[in-house]
Design a protein around this ligand. Structure first.
Ligand code: AP5
Length: 210
């Protein structure tokens, strides 16, 4: 199964994808996570990507497409994938169509107010990347990851100014993908509000899984 997760920042794409891996038996491929690992290399490209992400803007299409193409060529992605956060522009969608045919695009529908509430309360494990929330998905021990004990931190782009910029960029550059995939008959929209369990149930329903 080759799935794309489309939706604004904070819609819960990463959270559903992390659980969806076991259900769909395919890897979770997040362009945000790929870029954060590029930043960790402290290379010139990493420095450039860091500046872009912290400003809430998009990394250029050519770099993004190149990294995704390389990732999808790896052995574990041959049986399928959950692509989280890619494509985000029509250019990226057209490039993807040239090297992989997706089965379905899940569009996570959510109002801005909920996005802000979710992202302002998000905490991420520095070691394994697991997401938590200070109210909705609390770690057992404050500041520490349930999965690996790593330190939890606030992403630089989860500051209110950067979140608002990301929402603006989403509307300008990513929203047109809804009509693009609708036109191809691939789009399914799910209500991304409510608890993680409720959203997971809606996700499973779209795949015909009980
Ligand atoms: P990326 O890391 O992909 O960020 P994003 O798309 O903005 O998405 P988020 O990770 O913020 O949110 P999410 O929808 O995954 O929500 P989550 O599950 O974490 O990208 C970062 C940056 O990289 C971009 O801004 C851009 O610069 C660059 N980039 C990435 N892809 C690119 C591309 N294709 N082209 C160019 N540049 C690109 O949930 C959020 C919070 O809510 C968590 O705390 C979670 O615990 C909580 N939560 C989740 N679901 C629920 C629920 N149902 N109820 C209550 N709380 C919930």
């Amino acid at each position: 199964m080759k799935l794309i997760f489309l939706g604004p920042p904070g819609a819960g794409k990463g959270t559903v994808a992390a659980q969806g891996v076991a259900i769909c038996q395919v890897p979770h491929i997040s362009t945000g996570a790929i870029f954060r690992s590029v930043i960790a290399t402290m290379s010139p490209l990493g420095d450039k990507v860091k500046t872009i992400i912290e400003a809430g803007k998009l990394v250029d299409d050519e770099t993004t497409v190149r990294l995704v193409k390389e990732r999808l060529a790896q052995a574990d992605a041959q049986k399928g994938y959950i692509l989280d956060g890619f494509p985000r522009t029509i250019f990226q969608a057209e490039a993807l169509a040239g090297f992989s045919a997706v089965d379905r695009v899940i569009n996570f529908d959510i109002p801005d107010a909920t996005v802000l509430e979710r992202l302002l309360g998000r905490r991420v494990c520095r070691k394994c990347g697991t997401n938590f929330h200070i109210s909705f998905n609390k770690p057992k021990q404050a500041g520490s990851c349930d999965a690996c004990g790593g330190e939890l931190f606030i992403r630089e782009d989860d500051q209110e100014g950067a979140i608002r910029k990301r929402l603006e960029v989403y509307r300008l550059q990513t929203l047109p993908l809804i009509a693009y995939y609708q036109h191809q008959g691939l789009l399914v929209t799910i209500d991304a509000q409510g608890s993680v369990d409720a959203v997971m149930d809606r996700f499973k329903q779209t795949l015909g899984i009980q």
